[in-house]
Design a protein around this ligand. Structure first.
Ligand code: KG4
Ligand code: ZN
Length: 341
């Protein structure tokens, strides 16, 4: 027995893409354990996540990962208050492994099941290290599948102000990295290679869209890199990869920062919360840090490990749902296209 009955002990499970992760969180602040089993090496040879392989890997790892999370936290199922699990968006086969596993465990333990929206999870990761985070705040969510600007008024109450009309920022980084032969996942590779490059070497377009629009578009920028590469190849020229990576990273960051500042001007928000895998990018963090401190806007972002997919962000979101008595029925299903409403 590792916990007092007065404590709220949440097991969070994440399996929406290529990480099998579980975490035990006590009273919303005490992260007792956090286990991440990454499939990156398995998918690397294919240049991206292969859905069929991802679900098979989750099936293999979910039970040992959960057991390790419980053991490291020194708790057993009987100590848990609830089990929170990602039910969307994501790859359907991957989500189903987590949802079915969580359902079976919660039912057997006689405790509530809490289905979590993965996108909310990314944003709520910020409460792990900043429990004093106050509403309202503006969130910039930049992941492999999503690019959103969201205004949060209270727990579970928010309004989407803008989103990408085509590729997500992470998706564009991954595609350009693949074309440059930098491997998967592309964002961290671009960041690494860009350190040796000149961000001004290539002028890629920055799609700012209509005046006042908070929507994003990254596909034109991505195509510009691919066209630049193809034209050079046809001329028999070789381009400098670090310069290309640095110039593309700069263009992506410029658009993200510019739109975030536009949203701050429009809403008067006093806090910006950064979330999602691309939030781990140091150029994005540094640029926002500089711009926001000049405007006296508080800037909150998670440590890199908590930017990419992880079970702790699902546990903390589950904690707030638990406090609100917001539980899921046993009919909870995977919803691959789940959005933010
Ligand atoms: O949030 P996440 O782990 O998964 C989704 O929910 O999509 O985000 C993954 C994305 C990938 O596109 C990856 O290339 C990008 O986050 N990423 C980064 C960095 N680390 C991960 N992009 C830029 N710089 C990074 N350091
Ligand atoms: Zn994610």
């Amino acid at each position: 027995m590792g916990s007092q009955k007065s404590e709220i002990v949440i097991l969070g499970i994440e399996t929406s893409c290529d990480e099998t992760s579980a975490a035990v969180l006590v009273n919303g602040t005490d992260l007792r354990s956090h286990i991440i089993s990454s499939q990156i090496v398995t998918h690397q040879r294919y240049g991206g996540v292969v859905p069929e392989i991802a679900s098979r890997e989750h099936s293999l790892h979910i039970q040992p990962v959960v057991q390790e999370a419980l053991d490291s936290a020194k708790v057993s199922f009987s100590d848990l208050s609830a089990i929170a699990v990602t039910y969307g968006p994501g790859l359907v086969g991957s989500l189903l492994v987590g949802v079915s596993g969580a359902k079976a465990m919660a039912y057997a333990a006689g405790i509530p099941l809490i289905g979590i929206n993965h996108l909310e999870g990314h944003i709520y990761a910020n409460f792990l290290h900043n429990p004093d985070l106050e509403f309202p705040f503006l969130a910039l969510l930049v992941s492999g599948g999503h690019t959103h600007l969201i205004f949060f008024e209270a727990h579970g109450q928010y309004q989407v102000l803008g989103h990408t009309r085509d590729d997500a920022a992470g998706e564009a980084l991954d595609k350009v990295a693949r074309t440059l032969g930098l491997g998967y996942p592309g964002g961290p590779q671009i960041q690494k290679v860009a350190l040796d490059g000149d961000a001004q070497a290539f002028k890629f377009p920055r799609a700012m869209l209509e005046k006042d629009s908070l929507d994003f578009s990254f596909s034109g920028m991505k195509s510009a890199v691919l066209n630049t590469l193809n034209s050079a190849r046809m001329r028999g020229e070789t381009l400098n990869v670090p310069d290309l990576a640095a110039s593309f990273q700069q263009a992506v960051v410029d658009v993200l920062v510019w739109k975030a500042l536009r949203a701050i001007d429009q809403t008067g928000a006093k806090t910006l919360v950064l979330a999602g895998g691309v939030a781990a990018n140091s150029l994005l963090r540094e640029t926002l840090n500089k711009e926001l401190s000049e405007r006296s806007v508080r800037f909150v972002y998670p440590p890199p490990l908590f930017c990419t997919d992880n079970g702790a962000m699902i546990a903390i979101t589950g904690y707030y749902h638990y406090l609100a008595g917001d539980f899921s029925p046993w009919t909870l299903n995977a919803v691959p296209g789940l959005g933010l409403v």
